[in-house]
Every structure is written in structure tokens, then in C-alpha cells.
Design a protein around this ligand. Structure first.
Ligand SMILES: [Fe+2]
Ligand SMILES: [Fe+2]
Length: 165
């Protein structure tokens, strides 16, 4: 039997009620918040799992939501480039502090930045979330940059910004 969309909320409810996880609402990520990015990755993952009637939809969806569970201050010792490789470990540490995770969920979070991190994802579920994260990130970056450039263009069109003659 197919799951209804309503199930998504109940699968992730305890995570979205977690106070540390709610701090992601104040973290900037691809021009939106890290909370919204994580939510989108989880929702798209859920929809794909649901489409293919996967048996572990719930656990994959939860791991997808937790894949970027960190705040910038957790990684204050690292520069931007290093953060790309380090944040999966921090997300896993934070996730294990508050939630129980099986091996597949831990692999999903730890390997989602492959190939930036060199360890190969071990499970098909890890490949799935890593792929969804890349598609979602590209979509969010393009949307952010398009609206940014469109906004600047409109400021010129309406002569809010005037170049010197
Ligand atoms: Fe990430
Ligand atoms: Fe992500």
C-alpha cells in the first residue's frame, strides 16, 4: 500500500522538534537556511523512496534530514573548503547525540559529500541521498543566483542604481 504524504511529517516530527536541529533555521546555506535545505533533501528523498516503495523509506528519510545537522560554530576551526569535507562527521556526531541511527543511516550522513570525501558510500541508500543532495544543492544555488542577478538587473532597469555617465 502507498504511503500518504502526511506520513512525512510524522516520520521527521521528533527531529523537527529538537532544539539543536531548530538552530539550523538561523544558518545560511545555498542562499536559504540549512533547515530548509535539509527539509527539501529529506522530502525529495522521501518522494523517491515512496515512488519505488522502498522498505526503509522512514530511516532513509530521517538520515536525509540529518545529513547537514551542524551549525557553523561547530566547525569554527575550519576554513570554508575544509568544512566541505568535515561537516559530514560533525553532522553524524550531532545526530548520534540526539537520535539512534543504524549503520545505513550513519553511512548516508558520513558519505553524503562523496567524492569530496574519499570514502565510497557503502549502501545504495547512501548513493541515493548523496545524489539527491547534489541535485537539490544545484537547484538551490541556481535559484539563488538567478534571483540575485535578476534583482540587480531590475535595480538598473528601474534606475534605482545609476552608473556614472
Ligand atoms: Fe552536506
Ligand atoms: Fe546538503
Amino acid at each position: 500500500m502507498k504511503k500518504s504524504t502526511g506520513d512525512f511529517s510524522s516520520i521527521i516530527e521528533d527531529i523537527t522538534n529538537n532544539s539543536k536541529f531548530n538552530k539550523l533555521k538561523r544558518e545560511l546555506h545555498h542562499g536559504i537556511t540549512r533547515y530548509d535545505h535539509s527539509y527539501r533533501v529529506a522530502k525529495w528523498t522521501y518522494n523517491i523512496c515512496d515512488l519505488f516503495n522502498m522498505k526503509n523509506t522512514e530511516s532513509i528519510t530521517r538520515a536525509a534530514l540529518l545529513h547537514d545537522f551542524y551549525v557553523d560554530s561547530d566547525l569554527s576551526d575550519y576554513n570554508s573548503y575544509e568544512k566541505l569535507g568535515e561537516h559530514p562527521n560533525m553532522a553524524l556526531t550531532n545526530s548520534l547525540k540526539y537520535f539512534e541511527l543504524d549503520n545505513i543511516q550513519q553511512d548516508i550522513i558520513k558519505k553524503h559529500m562523496f567524492p569530496r570525501t574519499t570514502e565510497l558510500p557503502k549502501y545504495k541508500e547512501s548513493w541515493l541521498v548523496s545524489g539527491v543532495d547534489k541535485v537539490v544543492s544545484t537547484y538551490e544555488m541556481l535559484r539563488f543566483k538567478t534571483s540575485l542577478y535578476a534583482g540587480i538587473y531590475l535595480l538598473f532597469i528601474f534606475e534605482v542604481i545609476r552608473l556614472p555617465r
